[in-house]
Design a protein around this ligand. Structure first.
Ligand code: GTP
Length: 238
């Protein structure tokens, strides 16, 4: 029997670093192609997919402001970085035959469509993957917050937050071998324990709007589809 997504519409959040691969910066064509393969597989499950992409592989606003750059300026540079990633992802997805549209929160009409909520929804209904670039269009907000905002605007049923590890642990799994993976957490637990999965603005916004989040390992091939067909992987926050 052909597998189907248990969700109709989801918002996938990809970090910029996810595109960088081993090099940690820039865009790796082989990595982006592998992610695109996973997205093709997800698309075949019959889900409508919006994607928010970060920009940390190109420019990380918070880090630059920590070194003395004005936070607003560095955040705008980070937003531009997300646009570069969005175009790269669009190219990789379209080479594999998917229909996509990029919408930006910051006007750059020669490069991509502006973000228009109702148009984004029409694209999704026509089975086009919509890549939302430019964060929220405002400094001081992360792309995780942008993902939460867009997810709510397009009425996504869940945010799929792709990460480098299996999910959320009680301590850093890279440094502690006995770190335990949570299968489920409440928003308030994430906030109270200060678990660094998403910033508190994004978590609170999801909590206020009862939008579940699943965090999972993007580096394991097929994981996007596993989440979509309802396999219990990663950590669910709800
Ligand atoms: P329909 O309403 O279903 O026809 O959607 P569509 O996206 O195919 O229609 P439209 O004519 O708006 O877009 C055609 C192409 O132009 C798509 O690739 C859009 O992404 C692109 N496009 C639309 N608006 C803009 C814009 O303001 N700037 C840029 N750079 N591209 C745009």
């Amino acid at each position: 029997m052909k597998k189907k997504s248990i969700y109709q519409r989801v918002l996938l959040k990809l970090s910029g670093e996810a595109l960088a691969g081993e090099a940690k910066t820039g865009i790796s064509t082989s990595v982006i192609n592998r992610i695109a393969d996973d997205i093709v597989e997800a698309n075949n499950l019959g889900v409508q997919l919006g994607i928010v992409i970060g920009g940390g592989n190109i420019f990380r606003g918070v880090a630059a402001s920590a070194q003395g750059m004005d936070r607003a300026s560095s955040d705008y540079m980070g937003m531009l970085a997300t646009c570069i990633n969005a175009l790269a992802l669009q190219d990789a997805l379209e080479k594999k035959g998917l229909e996509t549209r990029v919408q930006t929160a910051i006007a750059m009409a020669e490069i991509a469509e502006p973000y228009i909520r109702r148009k984004a929804i029409r694209h999704l209904e026509k089975n086009r993957i919509v890549i939302f670039a430019g964060g929220t269009g405002n400094p001081f907000f992360t792309t995780d917050t942008a993902a939460t905002l867009r997810a709510m605007e397009i009425n996504a049923e869940i945010i799929m937050k792709a990460t480098k590890v299996e999910g959320i642990y009680d301590k850093d799994p890279v440094q502690h071998r006995d770190a335990e993976l949570f299968s489920e957490l409440s928003y308030i637990e994430v906030l109270n324990r200060g678990l660094a999965v998403m910033d508190s603005t994004a978590i609170s916004l999801s909590m206020d709007n009862k939008l579940p989040i699943v965090t999972f390992n993007l580096n394991r091939k097929g994981n996007i589809s596993r989440v979509l067909v309802g396999e219990k992987i990663g950590t669910v926050i709800k």
